[in-house]
Ligand binder design. Structure first.
Ligand code: ADP
Ligand code: MG
Length: 339
């Protein structure tokens, strides 16, 4: 009998990887915004059409790419962010898998324009379903512009699965909010079908929260912060009377990365205890600053789950911090953080 196993061609391998990385237009938005952040951009503009199904474009003023890198960035496992295995335990960038652009380019038409400060001309690369269509020099400003068109045009089953434009736009706005909250010092804008939804100047955190959620939230925000040898916590929590009937303004960030964490969410809710009216959710914007060596962001391709080495201790520190900023309304058992 003949051997039957074959290595998959890259285009198929990329499409399979895309199934994990690119669920919907919002996943593309997340990856592109994170790349712009990693590139040191100070201004990031997101332009979307038809809930991201027609167009997702990100324009940044980051470092840009060389002519060679402009092509290489679409290869799988192509990354400038880690070089050796040890780097995996000391991650300080948003990306590191080198999978996002390869995955996106496997299921869409992508146009990239990029230029570094040292180059006189930029590079344009067009890719469609992993196939290089053309590459040529182009006049463009310093930084990177990526346009992702007709997402899933070559995977009809997935295209069909997408929801209405307005639902997909909601998911995009959620991703946009997360990145914009993680980096208030970076200016962002978002427009959909030609109308501007957000224009957020570089600012402090409070201004950024107001820019995203409106002026009224301001009167409900209280500082929440604590410094320990394990973790530093900063940010704002909402007063109980500002709590809402719908969840959606609860944000944790770890070293500049949005994190979902039901366990720590309970620490916050628990600290509010009986202060909340029934069936309401307090807003919170809580930032953990922690040694990258004591967390693992590598557990899921989208990296919204993060594993802490010492989650119980963090639970207690967070719980105490929230109680304290809610006004020391009840006795918090003393914790000796340094022991
Ligand atoms: P990762 O972010 O995990 O490295 P990506 O596929 O998202 O993988 O990107 C691959 C590489 O392309 C990055 O490591 C980076 O060098 C380059 N790159 C992507 N987007 C940008 C950008 N907006 N500006 C500059 N370089 C970029
Ligand atoms: Mg990336």
């Amino acid at each position: 009998m003949a051997d039957v196993i074959q290595l998959l061609p890259d285009s198929i391998a990329n499409q399979i990887a895309a199934g994990e990385v690119v669920q919907r237009p919002a996943s593309v938005v997340k990856e592109l915004l994170e790349n712009s952040i990693d590139a040191g951009a100070r201004n990031i503009n997101l332009i979307v059409r038809e809930g991201g199904k027609g167009l997702i474009q990100v324009i940044d003023d980051g470092v840009g790419m060389s002519e060679t890198d402009a092509r290489l960035c679409f290869e799988r496992h192509a990354t400038s962010k880690i070089r050796e295995a040890a780097d995996l335990f000391n991650i300080r960038t948003m990306g590191f898998r080198g999978e996002a652009l390869a995955s996106i380019a496997a299921v869409a038409e992508v146009e990239l324009r990029t230029r570094r400060a040292v180059d006189e001309v930029g590079t344009e690369v067009n890719i469609s379903a992993s196939e290089l269509v053309n590459q040529q020099p182009v006049a463009c400003s310093i930084g990177t512009q990526i346009a992702v068109k007709n997402l899933f045009f070559n995977v009809p089953a997935r295209r069909k699965f997408l929801k209405s434009d307005s639902v997909e736009l909601k998911h995009i706005i959620t991703e946009f909010q997360r990145v914009a909250l993680a980096y208030p010092e970076v200016a962002f804008s978002l427009s959909h079908n030609g109308s501007e939804l957000y224009r957020l100047p570089a600012s402090g955190l409070k201004q950024r929260i107001i820019g995203l959620f409106g002026k009224t939230i301001n009167q409900h925000l209280v500082d929440c912060s604590t410094q320990t040898s394990i973790v530093n916590i900063g940010g704002y929590i909402g007063k109980p009377e500002g709590a809402k009937k719908t969840a959606g303004e609860q944000f944790f960030f770890v070293n500049g990365r949005f994190m979902k964490n039901p366990f720590l969410h309970k620490a916050v809710l628990n600290a509010y205890n009986r202060l909340l009216p029934p069936d309401t959710y307090p807003s919170y914007f809580i930032y953990f600053d922690i040694d990258p060596q004591s967390i693992d962001v590598n557990i899921h391709p989208t990296k919204t789950e993060i594993k802490f080495e010492d989650e119980r201790m963090i639970w207690q520190i967070l719980h105490a911090a929230v109680r304290e900023s809610l006004g020391k309304f009840s006795v918090v058992p003393p914790i000796d953080f340094d022991s």
